[in-house]
Design a protein around this ligand. Structure first.
Ligand SMILES: *[C@@H]1O[C@H](CO)[C@@H](O)[C@H](O)[C@H]1NC(C)=O
Ligand SMILES: *[C@@H]1O[C@H](CO)[C@@H](O)[C@H](O)[C@H]1NC(C)=O
Ligand SMILES: *[C@@H]1O[C@H](CO)[C@@H](O)[C@H](O)[C@H]1NC(C)=O
Ligand SMILES: *[C@@H]1O[C@H](CO)[C@@H](O)[C@H](O)[C@H]1NC(C)=O
Ligand SMILES: *[C@@H]1O[C@H](CO)[C@@H](O)[C@H](O)[C@H]1NC(C)=O
Length: 584
């Protein structure tokens, strides 16, 4: 724009974005206008004043060029602030001044200052599509040409769409015009409407059994714009893909979480979270994990006879199992609150814990007890043994043993005890060592101790003491080693059948066998007229003897004696019988 300085000077910037970038020169001009020459006055100075009234001094951007009666003001890179009235003052030799002014107007090109595209909104909110345009003089009207639906243009030229909907999405055009210059420009703005996620869960609760390699798959269906991202959470932490967790996204907004190899600890709530720019939504899915009953604690118990035994059984599982007991000895079962008929056995405890109490434990309580844990989904059984400890008990009442000098005899001490007892023998106050003595030996086996005594004199007969001891207690039993005697006499000698040459003799065994068993009987017989006894031995302890080779028609005398280890006893009464005569 070259102005000859009468009146107004326009500057027009062809720049594009900011006025500061514009490289346009404003040229102003002078003298002839002042008509200095016509007044024959040569000005001695020519000064310029800016719109603020300050005298202009040349600098890099604002340059004064004076040549004779002509002065030129050049403004490089003009800015809006340079607009205003510039004054040119001429002073002549007489000190007279003359002035002229020039008006500098600066127009700004139409500029879209903040036209972001795309512009995003949340469905349902009142959207304000921003189209900030500057120009000078100001653009006549910024209009937005709506793609689909009529909306309201606000005084600040922004476009307002009330309760924006997904259908409002699209391209909107913002057009600005400076009619004075015929300038027109537009911007296309993409309006994006984001829709917060909507989430649905087809199945909210799942059942599974632990430790059966079971899997469950949760499904979460989402929609929204942009497509929501689905995350799965457990206890507030995001679940990541792993050996156990399989995450997948299917068509139609379906997302799944598969939990493999379910364990007890996997039970509880899981969260499906869908989120996008417009918001997030959550839904909970519950996994109920059942666990088979499992007995975790059942021990063998040892109780002391007469005391109380407490047997506890603990089981885990989901739901917690109920516990019952079975006594193997008679098959009787007990559960919470049950008592045995005699009141000694009692069971208390529910929900995975039970205690079986036996008071006044007896040896008959010994044996196996089965604990069974049972829940809706299964059962588990385990057995334990109740062992009963007791002080030694002597097994035999046979406390008198017989022998005779030189005859070894085993005195047997039989004991039942738990735990096994140690046994020792005593005579008077002296302990007989296990090595024995010259005439005693000790043979020990479990539950039995044999004291083998070979009596040498009267002193070896008498009382012997067997003491049995375990950690429960000690007991003793006295044994008597008695001198054996010969048996007393047999009696009731009879003749069962008598013929010419043969007779059968029967008799009763003696009242006393002398302390040791009878070995056999001796039967003496002779012809009444003879002096010599003939002898027949019984077969073992048979109380019947057959006499043969007798003379017919003869009277015989018979007597019987018993023999034991000690020797032969007294004879019975002598009896007589007669053999039959020979018939003619
Ligand atoms: C899970 O088990 C419970 C208890 O047995 C039952 O009430 C419920 O219906 C089951 N749920 C499913 C999804 O099978
Ligand atoms: C319990 O006692 C039984 C029978 O005495 C035995 O077989 C089993 O090994 C014992 N169990 C334990 C854990 O000691
Ligand atoms: C031993 O004898 C006593 C008394 O006669 C009796 O009570 C007990 O049962 C007997 N014991 C054995 C083991 O025979
Ligand atoms: C006593 O018992 C021991 C061991 O059983 C045996 O060797 C011995 O012969 C027995 N003695 C007598 C006299 O029976
Ligand atoms: C056997 O032992 C008991 C207990 O030590 C004692 O009282 C008793 O007198 C003893 N008897 C003999 C014969 O030693």
């Amino acid at each position: 724009c070259v102005c000859v300085c009468v009146g107004t000077c326009f500057a027009y910037f062809a720049g594009t974005t900011s006025p500061h970038d514009q490289r346009t020169i404003l040229t102003s001009c002078q003298p002839p206008f002042f008509l200095f020459e016509t007044q024959s006055q040569i000005p001695i100075s020519l000064n310029w004043f800016n719109p603020q009234g300050e005298r202009i001094i040349s600098n890099q951007r604002v340059v004064l060029h004076t040549e004779g009666v002509r002065s030129r003001l050049t403004i490089y890179n003009a800015i809006i602030e340079d607009a205003g009235i510039y004054r040119c003052q001429a002073v002549d030799a007489k000190g007279q001044t003359q002035e002229a002014t020039v008006v500098l107007e600066i127009y700004q090109k139409l500029t879209f200052r903040e036209v972001k595209t795309p512009q995003e909104f949340r469905q349902g909110e009142d959207a304000e599509v921003v189209c900030d345009v500057i120009s000078s003089p100001s653009a006549s009207k910024c209009t937005l040409i709506l793609k689909k639906r009529v909306a309201r243009v606000l005084p600040n030229n922004n476009l307002q769409i009330l309760k924006v909907a997904k259908e409002d999405e699209g391209v909107y055009r913002c057009e600005a015009r400076v009619e004075a210059r015929g300038e027109i420009d537009f911007r296309d703005i993409v309006v994006v409407v984001n829709v917060p996620p909507v989430l649905s869960v087809p199945k909210e609760s799942f059942n599974a059994t632990a430790d059966y390699q079971e899997s469950v798959t949760f499904t979460c269906i989402t929609s929204g714009s942009p497509d929501p991202e689905v995350t799965w959470l457990r206890k507030g932490r995001e679940i990541e893909r792993s050996e156990q967790y399989v995450l997948s996204t299917l068509e139609g907004g379906k997302s799944t979480l598969t939990i493999k190899n379910i364990k007890q600890g996997d039970g509880g709530p899981y969260t499906c979270r869908a989120s996008n720019k417009a918001g997030s939504k959550e839904s909970e899915i519950l996994l109920k994990v059942f666990v088979q009953p499992h007995i975790t604690h059942l021990r063998n118990v040892t109780a002391v006879e007469g005391s109380a035994a407490m047997i506890s059984c603990t089981a885990e599982g989901e739901p917690l199992p109920e516990i019952s007991w079975r006594r193997a000895s008679d098959g009787q079962t007990f559960s919470h609150g049950d008592k045995s008929q005699d009141g000694r056995v009692e069971v208390q405890g529910r929900h995975g814990k039970s205690m079986l109490t036996i008071s006044g434990v007896r040896l008959s309580d010994w044996g196996r007890f089965d604990c069974e844990a049972l829940s809706r989904i299964g059962g588990h059984q385990k057995s334990m043994f109740l062992d009963i400890e007791y002080a030694p008990k002597f097994q035999i009442n046979h406390t008198i043993f017989y022998s005779w000098e030189g005859n070894p005899v085993n005195i047997s001490c039989d004991v039942m005890s738990n735990p096994p007892a140690t046994m020792l023998w005593r005579r008077d106050r002296f302990t007989i060592s296990n090595e024995g003595t010259s005439n005693t030996r000790i043979h020990t086996a479990e539950g039995r101790s044999l004291l083998e005594v070979t009596p040498m004199s009267d002193r070896d007969f008498g009382r012997y003491n067997c003491t049995a001891r375990n950690n429960i207690g000690a007991r003793y039993q006295e044994f008597i080693l008695a001198q054996a005697d010969v048996p007393s006499n047999p009696y009731s000698v009879r003749f069962a059948s008598v013929s010419q040459r043969i007779a059968t003799v029967t008799f009763m065994k003696p009242d006393s066998h002398g302390g040791v068993p009878i070995g056999y009987y001796i039967v003496n017989y002779k012809d009444q007229s003879s002096q010599e006894w003939r002898t027949v031995k019984s077969h073992g302890v048979q109380t019947m003897v057959l006499l043969t080779n007798l003379e017919p028609n003869t009277t015989y005398e018979v007597r019987v004696a018993a023999v034991n280890g000690k020797g032969q006893g007294e004879y019975s009464h002598t009896e007589t019988f007669q053999t039959l005569p020979i018939r003619k």
